[in-house]
Design a protein around this ligand. Sequence first.
Ligand SMILES: *[C@@H]1O[C@H](CO)[C@@H](O)[C@H](O)[C@H]1NC(C)=O
Ligand SMILES: *[C@@H]1O[C@H](CO)[C@@H](O)[C@H](O)[C@H]1NC(C)=O
Ligand SMILES: *[C@@H]1O[C@H](CO)[C@@H](O)[C@H](O)[C@H]1NC(C)=O
Ligand SMILES: [Zn+2]
Length: 484
Amino acid sequence: MGSDKLTQIPTQEDDPPNPTTALLSFNTTTTHHPPRPITTTLLLVTLLLTTAITLSAALAFAFLFFSSTTAEATSSHTPISHFSRPLQKLTHPVVILVSSDGFRFGYQFKTDTPNIHRLIRNGTEAETGLIPVFPTLTFPNHYSIATGLYPAFHGIINNYFVDPINGDSFNMGSHEPKWWLGEPLWETVANHGLKAATYFWPGSEVHKGSWSCPAKFCMNYNGSVPFEERVDTVLSYFDAPSSEIPVFMTLYFEDPDHQGHQVGPDDPEITDAVARIDRMIGRLIKGLEKRGVFEDVTIIMVGDHGMVGTCDKKLIFLEDLAKWIEIPKEWVQSYSPLLSIRPPSGYSLSDVVAKMNEGLGSGKVSNGDKLKVYLKEELPGRLHFSASERIPPIIGLVEEGFKVEQKGSERKECGGAHGYDNAFFSMRTIFIGHGPQFARGLKVPSFENVQIYNLVTSILNIKGAANNGTSSFPNTVLLPCKSI
Ligand SMILES: *[C@@H]1O[C@H](CO)[C@@H](O)[C@H](O)[C@H]1NC(C)=O
Ligand SMILES: *[C@@H]1O[C@H](CO)[C@@H](O)[C@H](O)[C@H]1NC(C)=O
Ligand SMILES: *[C@@H]1O[C@H](CO)[C@@H](O)[C@H](O)[C@H]1NC(C)=O
Ligand SMILES: [Zn+2]
């Protein structure tokens, strides 16, 4: 195999069994505080108009109504439409699914991002970001976006793992169909006799069903291909006669994940990487405009996960647990932020978990309180991370920004990481939909990326495979057709 660049989508997140990070607090979900001014106003009104109780109630409702309609953007030049817009030039809907790896929610405000904001202003945005699946790693998440399945069901439970049944190892260059369960969008499209085109996406090179990764429309991963070339190739698909234009395309950029690992999410290098992604979106929009199809094409821009800063004081060493239980490195399939352990048969799993947690909770292991170890069946159900043989039986959840390693080293550890609990706000990424079936200027609440599969099949008006998205979800985000 060649360098990482050629065989696998990069990501230093995947140092094989070696150091990395993890996280643990669950206090990051958005909570809604009632807008204070309303309460105050209400109080005043009630005090002043003691006899006019009904009036004050009406007022309160009016305030509440106006303060909660932020759902529909109010900027004057983006009228809200109520029905999907008819195609002008294309003969069928086309979806371009764009991924910017590690584009943490909020990065869109780091600098001027006029092109991304064009999509936001005239499209539909997850107001507080897109929620990744657990573990918040690149391969599990890209494949959840493509299949609508949680990793336990699509089989890509980590960026690398060992199949316990036959001992085979999966890594990011493994393209044998046996690893990749479920039905990704390009396969669904091909199964309907339609064309799909993939310019990189984890799993896209794998032959499944009617999808055989055709040379013309399926690029083999090569991280050295300039972003501009990727955009221009996707644009060139629109030069074909309308009936031959693939109905579904993917476009993948490694940035700003690449920089995020090295320097953490707050470095100016991230700002530059975000600006560059914005220029690529601008290049895509311009190219579509030049061909007269920008308003016809649906662009869905997402990321796979966010990023959080890590540093060398925030480490937990398994070696420090030796007094309670020895965890040899051969047992550990991944360290951080997803700690996964498979002891050899003969060991009592619950005994291993109990001894590890005893040590971690003893107060004698540095940062021990930042790691909690579970039998996978006992992980919080919201993580959906147990129903697969491939998931090792013991999983650790690490506090946000912390990392687990085997033992202390001299390595400098400041940078960034992801893979943590998907409840952490820092792990959120973006969702923007722009096209004939997306309302202009609409903000929708955050949702999990397993919903995207049904969204795409719904836009393309094809029947998808069974998955973990809710079948009614597309109706809550997409505009209805005028007819019917
Ligand atoms: C948004 O769409 C409207 C209606 O098509 C168009 O006039 C306007 O220029 C668009 N705005 C942006 C920022 O693209
Ligand atoms: C990868 O892309 C670079 C840049 O376009 C190119 O020079 C190189 O030959 C490609 N490698 C392979 C194996 O196709
Ligand atoms: C996810 O979808 C798969 C395939 O339909 C199904 O077998 C599984 O039970 C679903 N899991 C959850 C948690 O919904
Ligand atoms: Zn990633």
